[in-house]
Design a protein around this ligand. Sequence first.
Ligand code: HEC
Length: 480
Amino acid sequence: MIRNSLYTFFTVGVLLCIFPYNVMASKDDSSLRTTIHLLDYISRDYTAAVQNGQVIDEAEFAEMQEFSDKVYVLIEESNLPQDNKLLILSQLKELGSQIEKKAPHQSIYNLAQQTRQDIIKTTGLKTAPLVWPDLKNGKSLYVQHCTPCHGVNGAGDGKLAAGLKPAPTNFLNDTLMQEISSFQAYNTIKLGVEGTAMQSFATLSDKEIWDLAFYIKALRFTPQADKNSELQQKFDQANNAVNLEEVATLSDVELVKRLSNNDSADPELLLTALRTQSPGDNAQKYSLDKARNYLKSALQNYTSGRYSSAREDALAAYLEGIEPSEARLKANAPAFTASLEQQMFEIREIIENKGDKAQVEKEIDTGLAMLRQAEEMMQDKKLNYWLSFALSASIMLREGLEAFLILALILALIRSSGLKKAIPWVHGGWITAMLLGVAGWFFSDWVIGISGKNREIMEGMISLVAVIVLAFVGFWLHDH
Ligand code: HEC
């Protein structure tokens, strides 16, 4: 009895610790996201309000004033570290007074973007997806939620569009869409646009919103997408020149600039490839991208004094970034893989011990260099099908053997204690486990698809259940 209530107490306690934390974290996250979104909006739409020092549209101008005030208030109410907050507030004050003075677009743009960058740096807000978005999934979500207004092809001509003012955005409009980054689209989808028919789609998961954001950025390029195999080749070339974070946060104009100082290939073609293709068969390689993003974010968090976030990032870099590629890496270069693991451990350790900033930076830089090396190795020696099959099979075999030994042990224990009637339960148990395993196989796609934080919560839940079951079995064995 006492033991039962102890279990319950333990479980409820852990659940209480997990949930309120997430709710709180996401509230502040969303208001900071709003500030980024508004600053992007000001950077882009100021030209519609002021030109040559004159207000050309009163309503747009009033909006600029309103938005810059709103950003100021949101930052004031946020719980950013005091020093950074004061700096950002002073920049925002300057932005407000420049708008009053009807300053040229370029200076408004620079100020808004600088402030935006500072907010992202201080908060460690994620501006890119962790894995490359899935355009197919984006398409099916689009058909489900967006076509009534934005139209089947994205031309802004859906069934409901006619009566709406402002009209739904036309995603095929080059002038507009080349200025919008996927990250901006992500923010619009997540937050909505106040006072318009564009509602917030915050009920979708993070991953789904990124899929949508990348999909609508792809719409403009679909006529060229029939050159698929050529584009897939170009994709790999382009993706070596920029990383996922850049693809997510840069507008098309900025991306073309970035791609043109890099290669002899036509930058417009590279851009089309980046917007319409995805890593495909190279998916595993991109788990290393994830590791890189996490390490960068760890450094950013560490330098801004957010130690626990830095620690989480460093751990995630290993668990979500390196582990999924580890089997392949190991097969190619076991010694190197061991030293990569060691390096990741050292990064975690130095963060744990609150080491010198310069030292942390040095360790992380070493880690990033090793990741580049790892990437090259995986590209050089594409592991063949049967080798990866054998690797997976050996893991299954090992786990299976373990399970078999435990079962044999339990059966032997039961036999020696003369509890014959427990035997059917044991056999029932492993048969159920097999059936659940088969069901799990069908579910795994869906489970892998859900976003990072929820997946971690789910993993935590599963571990908790496992601990409770194991503890229970332990006590049970002692009692009998
Ligand atoms: C009920 C109609 C409606 C639906 C449904 C709708 N939108 Fe919109 N959307 C609008 C309107 C209207 C605007 C223009 C708002 C403005 O001009 O400020 C807009 C603007 C946008 C923008 C902003 C582009 C820019 O200028 O930055 C994006 C991105 C967007 N929608 C994406 C989506 C996605 C993705 C979906 C589906 C998940 C969706 N919308 C569903 C009506 C809708």
